[in-house]
Design a protein around this ligand. Structure first.
Ligand code: 5GP
Length: 210
């Protein structure tokens, strides 16, 4: 049983480029949530620092951590391995800190299946349109058109997992999406009513996949 002192686990997933990482950083800063820093075998991007954005590692080390049972969840995403080490997460939650995860649908599913004693709230972040997603990815991966194409293709598959999340939010304007997530988290933690509109989300998903 979760004790009232325990922190809450908050997962944000999204197709790549929907702006989830910015939202995670904003939530951490404003609400003082602890960000779960993942391990990955992906090479660092120019603006990324090891120990802050990710713990960058190689495949051998990663497989070793799997063997030792250190991961709460791990998955292969875009040909690289990503995973969350359990120990620091548990320590934070036991201290009463809320922990926020920027992980894909496979990781979210694994954490859900683990049925840990801590409260879990899951969000799937969607872009307002495919064109906006394409523009965001093109800006980020300017040097690599192949990556943009690969991630657009992946989008059509990723989006199908929206149903497994507690809430789906549309990241059109960062500020209002952020506020919506904050309100939904508060309503979950305080067990109060919220005005989440599932029908609207279903329509939006249908538009994105049509
Ligand atoms: P990126 O390489 O763009 O930083 O991340 C690619 C994808 O991997 C994103 O969807 C991100 O949420 C996901 N990801 C990052 N860390 C983890 C992790 O620890 N576990 C899982 N399952 N996915 C992760």
């Amino acid at each position: 049983m979760s004790s009232t002192k325990d922190g809450t686990m908050i997962i944000l997933s999204s197709p790549s480029g929907a702006g989830k990482t910015t939202l995670v950083k904003l939530l951490a800063k404003t609400k003082k949530y602890q960000i779960s820093i993942s391990h990955t075998t992906r090479k660092p991007r120019e603006n990324e620092t090891s120990g802050k954005d990710y713990f960058f590692t190689n495949e051998n080390e990663f497989k070793n951590l799997i063997k030792k049972g250190e991961f709460l969840e791990h998955a292969k995403v875009f040909n690289n391995f990503y995973g969350t080490i359990l120990k620091p997460i548990k320590e934070n939650l036991d201290k009463g800190n809320n922990v926020i995860f920027d992980i894909d649908w496979q990781g979210a599913q694994q954490i859900k299946n683990k049925k840990l004693k801590y409260k879990l709230i899951t969000f799937f972040v969607l872009p307002p349109s495919k064109q906006v997603l394409f523009n965001r990815l093109s800006n980020r991966e300017m040097k690599d058109k192949v990556i943009v194409e690969e991630r657009m293709k992946e989008f059509n598959k990723d989006i199908l997992h929206w149903k497994n999340y507690d809430y789906v939010v549309i990241n059109d304007k960062l500020e209002s999406c952020f506020q919506e997530i904050c309100d939904l988290i508060d309503s979950e933690i305080n067990k109060s009513k919220n005005d989440y509109n599932l029908e609207f989300i279903k329509d939006h998903v249908n538009k994105l996949i049509s």
